[in-house]
Write a protein that binds this ligand. Structure first.
Ligand code: CAA
Length: 708
């Protein structure tokens, strides 16, 4: 976390007739750290002493009601009042409490709001229990309260996915009682609370729409869980789908256990189970990994030399190429509200590309993630052309053409001639030399890489490749655009494959070597899926198509003996029904023919095949990647180990609960990784496996790769 200083937190009380308003201001996001919890507890005590107060409104700032527990406190010891205790005090408060939510109400913040007796929200509020994305579960009654407010099915979905919902959905779910549109949000919330004062005798007797005499606690609202409570096994059934999709199976299983106890037993039993499981998860290595990623992702937003304020606004973008990548990038831009011109060389290719974009939009409408009105509006932002002269109005161009240096150089020369001299020019190359491409433009300062991942409208990662001459303003503009697209831009330097693909190649080389030495594709893939990857390297290669790599190797004069032999046999992967595996549709199985080919190639290479254990497979796949990461840091291609971790988690499905390759090396010990690499270098004779300074230097090396 950064060291930005913020004003001292406050929980100010103002009294408006019979209603007391508590306004929490603990910048930046009203996280509920120890001092903030105490401030709220003190405010409640102070109000409790005033007989004339008949209702309380608790609100935050425009940005945040509260972003939940203070993540930086996890892993330390809790002092003072705990969040569950604060939640208990709120729900047992003698007069009704209304949570008035503007900005975010997340995690413990939403739990606090749910413990209030009613909730009102600003139209732009965001609510959710995202704990699972931090490897934990709600820890202050959330697993019991949410089902009572929204029903079991929606609660299971929200808790297991960590999904955040907007005000409209929250009202539909019953999580929010009213939307307040007023410019004076807090004032409107006070008026709303005053209009619902209990019909008990008192100074404001006869209020227009009286509320109940005693506030109803959320824990006592059982109508929405009655069915699930009456049918044991309902939660297990509802959770089976989300559990399969859960990114952190450990936290997901813990959440299901707590929700089940809170419904099938009773609220208190659930709260006890929840607390136990919460504490267990908070202390787990999986949660530590995800906290690391939370901080690492935020750190990527602050690359050295980036002046975010210098970013230029993009009013008109353009994309060169209407293929899969170009179409995906155009869709990402249009979705974010940026008008985009797509340039192709042939009308047929343009029509085909735009039709594919339209199909993708239609699919998302049928899945309910867009309305058809939104899809039409977004598609209308995309125009096609065959004429580079139409790029005169573009503020930024992303080139997503064929991966060939000469093709790209030619395109950039044309961009130089047809775009404004201050337009940013980005290449989506995945491997090529961004500086060589930039050299074809009169002002290389306006050139950089924006390496999107497929499907570009879905995948969050963008490697923003800073060339040797890229200006700070060009860099800031690309990063700001990446964020505007809702993506996670990570700044990297120029080298073959940048960070992600360079490390992927290293893993690929080891995977091939393992096949030659004695392993089989299914065995290798199982080890990686067992580690937590969704897919192993060979299933991934089959999906992408083996012919692409084969063609590249042939043109570069390099080889990958097993992959090459499979291609020579016409086995290009899923699309030809066989590759490393055999396919029946998408169904994958081990293929004896692959085994025969592998054994033949091993024999041709004079290799005596041997049994290779899972541990060796895992080490040989992962540790060389870490080693390459060390080289990448030493060369300054990535600024921090955390940047590499974010790239691998967001772009290559490294399991978040294992924190990324560099975090994993820290977790098992850099010294241990170094030792095992020495062992494998000696056993295989592969000198590239010798550990680099990041692993061996005493005390490690700092983020820039220099020995500390
Ligand atoms: N605790 C501590 N710090 C937090 C925080 C939290 N819960 N949430 C955000 N911050 C910090 C960020 O680290 C960042 O700090 P720096 O400026 O020093 O980098 C700052 O607040 C601003 O955050 P963002 O840069 O992320 O700003 P944003 O506007 O893009 O997003 C946000 C704001 C939506 C709140 C986002 O930060 C977020 O999603 N936060 C995490 C929310 C969350 O997961 N809450 C659950 C916590 S666990 C819990 O509550 C358990 C429980 O039940 C007891």
């Amino acid at each position: 976390m950064s060291t930005t200083t913020h004003p001292t937190p406050q929980a100010a009380i103002t009294v408006h007739g019979p209603v007391a308003l508590i306004t929490l201001e603990a910048p930046p996001v009203n996280a509920l750290g120890q001092s903030v919890r105490q401030l709220l507890a003190n405010a409640l005590e102070e109000i409790r002493a005033h007989q004339a107060i008949r209702a309380v409104v608790l609100t935050g700032t425009d940005r945040a009601f509260s972003a939940g527990a203070d993540i930086t406190e996890f892993g330390g010891t809790t002092t003072g009042i705990t969040l569950p205790e604060l939640v208990d005090r709120l729900e047992d408060f003698p007069v009704p409490v209304t949570a008035a939510i503007a900005g975010v109400a997340l995690g413990g913040g939403l739990e606090l709001a749910m413990a209030a007796h009613s909730r009102v929200a600003h139209p732009d509020a965001t609510l959710g229990l995202p704990e699972i994305t931090l490897g934990i579960i709600p820890g202050a009654g959330g697993t019991g309260m949410l089902p009572r407010l929204v029903g079991a099915e929606r609660a299971v979905d929200m808790i297991l996915s960590g999904r955040r919902i907007g005000t409209t959905t929250a009202v539909e779910y019953g999580l929010v009682d009213a939307v307040l549109h007023s410019g004076d949000f807090a004032g409107a919330a006070v008026a709303w609370a005053a209009s619902r004062l209990p019909a008990t005798p008192g100074p404001t007797e006869g209020a227009p729409t009286p509320g109940p005499a005693t506030p109803t606690r959320t824990r006592d609202r059982t109508e929405k869980i009655a069915d699930a409570a009456a049918r044991p096994g309902t939660i297990a059934k509802l959770a089976s789908g989300p559990l399969r999709k859960a990114k952190d199976p450990y936290a997901a299983r813990a959440a299901v256990e707590a929700i089940t106890a809170g419904i099938e037993e009773e609220f208190d039993a659930g709260a006890t189970a929840e607390r136990r499981l919460f504490l267990e998860r908070v202390a787990s290595p999986e949660a530590a990994a995800q906290r690391h990623l939370f901080a690492a992702e935020r750190a990527t937003r602050k690359p050295a030399g980036l002046d975010a304020t210098s970013a230029r606004d993009i009013g008109q973008a353009a994309v060169i190429g209407a293929g899969t990548m170009g179409g995906g990038i155009a869709l990402a831009l249009a979705t974010a509200g940026v008008p985009v011109i797509v340039v192709e060389t042939r009308q047929e290719a343009l029509d085909h590309g735009l039709a594919q974009v339209r199909r993708n939009l239609d699919v998302s409408v049928s899945h309910g993630s867009r309305t058809s009105g939104q899809a039409d509006e977004q598609f209308a932002r995309i125009t096609g052309t065959l004429d580079y002269a139409d790029l005169a109005a573009a503020d930024l161009v992303v080139e997503a053409a064929f991966e060939d240096l000469d093709v790209k150089k030619d395109i950039f020369a044309r961009l130089d001639a047809n775009t404004r001299p201050d337009a940013v020019l980005a290449t989506n190359t995945s491997y090529l030399d961004v500086d060589a491409i930039a050299a074809t433009v009169a002002d290389p300062g306006r050139v950089l890489g924006m390496h999107f991942f497929s499907p570009a409208n879905v995948m969050e990662l963008v490697e923003v490749v800073r060339g040797a001459r890229t200006t700070p303003q060009t860099l800031a503009t690309a990063v700001a655009l990446g964020r505007r697209l809702g993506k996670c831009p990570v700044v990297v330097g120029v080298c073959h494959g940048f960070v992600g693909n360079r490390m992927l190649e290293v893993r690929g080389r080891q995977a091939e070597a393992l096949l030659l030495e004695g392993a089989l594709p299914g065995q290798v893939d199982d080890v990686l899926t067992g580690f937590g990857f969704r897919m192993g390297p060979f299933a991934m290669a089959d999906m992408a198509g083996l012919d692409i790599g084969w063609r590249n190797r042939t043109s570069q004069g390099t080889t990958a003996p097993v992959s090459d032999a499979l291609c020579e046999a016409g086995r290009f992967g899923q699309k030809t029904g066989s590759g490393f595996f055999a396919y029946d549709g998408r169904e994958r199985s081990d293929d004896p023919e692959t085994t025969r080919i592998i054994e033949r190639v091993s024999a041709e290479q004079g290799i005596d095949r041997r049994d290779i254990g899972s541990e060796e497979i895992l080490e040989r796949l992962l540790y060389p990647m870490v080693n390459e990461g060390g080289r990448i840091l030493a060369e300054g291609i990535a600024e921090r180990p955390g940047d590499i971790d974010v790239i691998w988690v967001k772009g290559y499905n490294w399991p978040a609960y294992r924190g990324g390759p560099m975090f994993h090396a820290e977790a098992v010990g850099r010294g241990h990784v170094a030792e095992r690499l020495v062992h494998h270098a000696e056993a295989t004779g592969d000198e590239t496996l010798r550990p680099v300074a990041w692993l061996t230097a005493p005390g490690g090396v700092d983020g820039a790769g220099a020995p500390r």
